[in-house]
Design a protein around this ligand. Structure first.
Ligand SMILES: C[S@@+](CC[C@H](N)C(=O)[O-])C[C@H]1O[C@@H](n2cnc3c(N)ncnc32)[C@H](O)[C@@H]1O
Length: 238
């Protein structure tokens, strides 16, 4: 079912999406800014190709890592930056899930995945820097590859918002890339970086953990889950 979903983009669809992406990128002039954020054009056009482009990484890397992001979480849980819903198969059974994303195009894919998997998850459009959820609304919050997409100027605002909407003592988990310390791997990642910036508006060097203290969060868990390039941070309100 999932493969059928991915392949429906088809070759013609993929070509049109790449053309639209190139056109939109050339129009993209304004950097993202705080609460005035609108859907990133990057995701409006890449949504149709997202699963296809990510397929090799999903298969060989992420499907082993994603369960670790959700393990043991229960109650009201937020998937921040839900994207096309790639985490859905790994949501904990004991959780009432909500997925939030800025991009309606990505959310449309997430709704299709929700239906294909037959699971219950509330999907909502919103900006992770100003979600509108009440204080302490969630028992836990998790995100995968969201912070690599957020501009440096938004990292603190986003972490602070996660702290606000997570109940005191609740876990905030952040799964993110970082540049390898190994010279060869680092050089390969630097070669990839222009493509990653172009296709996903993402960077490998956000180093989100550096904003934890300022956001009123303590790092209670910090480990690599793939080589020294994908890190799982666990944070709690101080
Ligand atoms: C690289 S994708 C990751 C998607 C998904 N979490 C995954 O693991 O495949 C980043 C997602 O973050 C979303 N995003 C970007 N800026 C956002 C913001 N300010 N608020 C909420 N979502 C945002 C994008 O629309 C996109 O769906």
């Amino acid at each position: 079912m999932r493969n059928g979903f991915i392949l429906r983009a088809g070759y013609g669809g993929a070509r049109r999406a790449v053309a639209a992406h190139l056109k939109n990128r050339s129009k993209q002039t304004e950097p993202l800014k705080g609460s005035t954020l609108t859907e990133p054009k990057t995701y409006r056009t890449i949504a149709r190709l997202y699963d296809l482009l990510d397929l090799p990484f999903e298969y060989f890397r992420y499907r082993r890592i994603r369960p670790q992001l959700w393990q043991g979480l229960a109650g009201w849980v937020l998937d921040a930056g839900v994207g096309t819903g790639r985490n859905m198969p790994y949501y904990p059974k004991a959780a009432e899930m909500t997925g939030l994303d800025l991009s309606p195009a990505m959310l449309k894919r997430a709704r299709q995945r929700r239906q294909a998997l037959g699971i219950a998850v509330t999907l909502q459009q919103g900006n992770i820097c100003a979600t509108g959820f009440p204080d302490g609304h969630f028992d836990a919050v998790a995100s995968s590859f969201l912070f690599c997409v957020l501009d440096d100027s938004l990292q603190l605002a986003a972490l602070s918002e996660l702290r606000r909407i997570c109940k005191p003592g609740g876990e905030i988990r952040v799964l993110e890339y970082e540049l390898s310390a190994h010279p060869l791997r680092r050089a390969i990642m630097r070669l990839w970086a222009p493509w990653v910036a172009f296709a996903y508006g993402a960077r490998f060097d956000r180093n989100t953990g550096q904003y934890a203290q300022a956001a009123g969060l303590e790092i209670v868990g910090d480990r690599f889950v793939h080589g020294d390039t994908i890190r799982l941070l666990t944070l709690r309100a101080t």
